[in-house]
Design a binder for this molecule. Structure first.
Ligand code: PGA
Length: 246
């Protein structure tokens, strides 16, 4: 079954030349649906080399549509470039001070604008080490806060949630497949979208030190609908290895 592979380049690469090389490699992903999340500055230029098999996403945006918000980028701007997905609440942005109230505004704005939001949630190690229930309670709170302004109704577009435990991001220490499956099930059970014919309830990805070696063990699980890849998506060698197994 086709799954979703999000390639979150973060603040990489440092040149447009290398960005084009990464795009070239990402296009080799054949078995799954992929979306690249490049830094804003590359979006306009790389959308053409992307073709129509790979979508484009943004790593962030501002929830107002236009106006006096120096340095910000709005959803209509991104939409006009063909951006389809937007990341919201990535732990690196949360660490920079993005609060739950802002995340809730962004989630609402993205849905209103007709974008597909990819909401990131995940617990720190201090919570995970207390056990599964503590991790679930933490994630549940994040979901509750993020969805505060939203009422999902029958036929609502299935939200995408990326479970990214903070301790697994960029550490080389991925979550166990067992725990990722458990959390994915928990998230699906928490976000209750009234089922409508032919629609999935919610889509849950796993992210955190995903690479060529472990990606297929996550994708093989029916409860996990895809992966959000950071480090391994913005390095030429690692992306080449990853694309080979996807
Ligand atoms: P990582 O990052 O793959 O480098 O761990 C994942 C992410 O932050 O989305």
């Amino acid at each position: 079954m086709k799954k979703f592979i999000g390639l979150n380049w973060k603040m990489n690469p440092v040149s447009f030349r290398e960005a084009k090389m990464l795009v070239h490699i990402a296009k080799k992903i054949k078995k799954h649906k992929a979306a690249i999340f490049p830094p804003f500055v590359f979006i306009a230029e790389i959308r053409f080399p992307l073709g129509n098999r790979i979508s484009i996403g943004a790593q962030d945006f501002y929830y107002e549509t236009k106006g006096a918000f120096t340095g910000e980028v709005s959803l209509p701007m991104l939409k006009s470039l063909g951006v389809k997905y937007v990341l919201i609440g990535h732990s690196e942005r949360r660490a920079m001070g993005e609060m739950n109230a802002i995340i809730a505004k962004k989630l609402k704005a993205a849905l209103v604008a007709g974008m597909i939001p990819l909401l990131c949630v995940g617990e720190p190690w201090s919570v995970r080490k207390k056990g599964r229930q503590a991790a679930e309670a933490y994630v549940k709170r994040q979901l509750k806060e993020a969805f505060k302004r939203i009422r999902l109704s029958k036929g609502s577009r299935a939200p995408i949630v990326a479970y990214e435990p903070i301790w697994a991001i960029g550490t080389g220490r991925a979550c166990s497949v067992f725990d990722a499956v458990k959390m994915s099930k928990f998230i699906k059970g928490t976000i209750k979208v009234p089922p409508s014919k032919g629609k999935m309830t919610s889509i849950v990805l796993y992210g955190g030190s995903v690479d060529a070696k472990n990606v297929n063990s996550f994708l093989a699980q029916k409860e996990i609908d895809g992966a959000l890849v950071g480090g391994a998506s913005a390095d030429l060698k690692k992306l080449r290895e990853l694309a080979k197994v996807l």
